[in-house]
Design a protein around this ligand. Structure first.
Ligand code: BGC
Length: 386
């Protein structure tokens, strides 16, 4: 029973290896850098869910489950080297199943909204699950955040990772085609967390995969992200209507609260009298990255001056959603009994633009048979002491 509960994975290429280290019934202990797997719980249909603990050579630790690919915790050092958890989440599977605002999860098939939960493609109209008023959000009622992924841990030199695989059946949540998706998480020895998204399909379908971790770089006892300083190298953003759907315009950030080209605290203009701030209930907008090249480029940089922690986001996606946790309202009780108040976590979701299947002027999100969807995003962690 003990061995079936806890495994330690060394070099996965060679398969799972059992650890010889000291472990208790309820807790796994890691004696050397590696990946530990334990049970996280059981789904209502009886399937067991795993929790992987990834311990990087740099001292960062990530706990991630194959339910939704959810990052349950992620530590990063402050300027004094103190590791603290910098993501929001829950202690157990039951809490994620009960109600989660996509904490830490893989989002798909389509990250963000599709207006009126409908789109036309190749002469046919497709109706998706409407799970956000009349609109479709983050893949529907049971998107990729709520499915059980196959997980395969691996090592690559000093870097440690997990490959998550899921086959989304034709018609799931209303989408056409069987989509085969693979998301690779890699925690590197130089404090980078990389996500590589790949997919293929047998019928044309929209695809827009992302990761929905909520960060608070000040650590688990911090109740606000408003002091964090944010920089987004975007000259334009996609304005939204009062239902959070893009108007179709690409608007300049110049002279607006959306101008993050020079670092500025998140809180400084979040109450501004501005139609876009009003429509988004704060920041909940897609920024059009000025560097439109398909190579990895800087998409955002965040600094928490209290801890000195810095997070940089690089991506080959054309956009990034900055969401300031405006729907957190103090009702969710998170890890260690910590209540998550209003704006206590932010998301930086790399992506194609929202509602692209209905917006002919936006870059296409349609994946066709024979094509391979391939994107990458990296969150890099450092401090202002370096
Ligand atoms: C969206 C928000 C939404 C939130 C759900 C974000 O990605 O931009 O509008 O409420 O996800 O937690």
């Amino acid at each position: 029973m003990f061995l079936s509960r806890v495994l330690v994975v060394g070099s996965l290429v060679a398969g799972l290896t059992l650890s010889g280290c000291k472990q208790s019934m309820d807790q796994s202990k890691i004696m050397s850098p590696g990946i530990t797997v334990s049970e996280f719980g059981v789904l209502p249909d009886g399937r067991a869910v795993s929790l992987f603990t990834v311990q990087s050579a740099s001292g960062m630790e990530m706990r991630v489950t194959n339910y939704g690919g959810i990052i349950v915790s992620l530590t990063a050092p402050d300027r004094n080297g103190v590791q603290e958890d910098i993501v929001l989440g829950f202690d157990n599977l039951e809490a994620y199943l009960a109600s989660s605002p996509y904490f830490g999860a893989i989002i798909g098939r389509y990250g963000n909204r599709i207006g009126k939960a409908q789109f036309d493609l190749d002469g046919a109209t497709y109706t998706l699950a409407a799970n956000n008023g009349e609109n479709h959000l983050h893949g529907g009622i049971a998107g990729f955040d709520k499915v059980l992924w196959d997980a395969a841990p691996f090592t690559s030199g000093e870097d440690l990772g997990l490959v998550f695989s899921y086959t989304s059946p034709d018609g799931e949540e209303g989408y056409p085609g069987t989509l085969t998706a693979k998301v690779t998480y890699l925690l590197t020895s130089d404090s980078r967390l990389s996500f590589t998204y790949e997919a293929t399909t047998d019928k044309a379908t929209p695809v827009n995969l992302t990761q929905h971790s909520y960060f608070n770089l000040a650590g688990p006892s911090s109740d606000s992200i408003l002091d964090h300083e944010l920089m987004i190298p975007a000259d334009h953003f996609t304005p939204i209507d009062a239902g959070f759907i893009p108007t179709g315009l690409i608007q300049s950030v110049e002279g607006t609260p959306m101008d993050f080209r020079t670092p500025i605290s998140i809180g400084s203009r979040i109450q501004a009298e501005d139609q876009q701030i009003a429509n988004g209930l704060g920041y909940d907008h897609n920024f059009v990255l000025t560097d439109s090249s398909s190579s990895l480029k800087l998409a955002a940089r965040v600094l928490d001056r209290k801890s000195g922690r810095i997070m940089e986001v690089t991506t080959n996606e054309p956009g990034i959603q900055f969401y300031a946790g405006n729907f957190l309202d103090g009702t969710l009780i998170g890890k260690g009994g910590h209540v998550y108040p209003y704006r206590s976590g932010f998301c930086l979701e790399t992506q194609h633009f929202p509602d692209s299947p209905n917006q002919p002027t936006f870059p296409s999100t349609i994946l066709r048979p024979g094509d391979v969807y391939a994107t990458q995003t990296v969150y890099s962690f450092s401090t202002d002491a370096e």
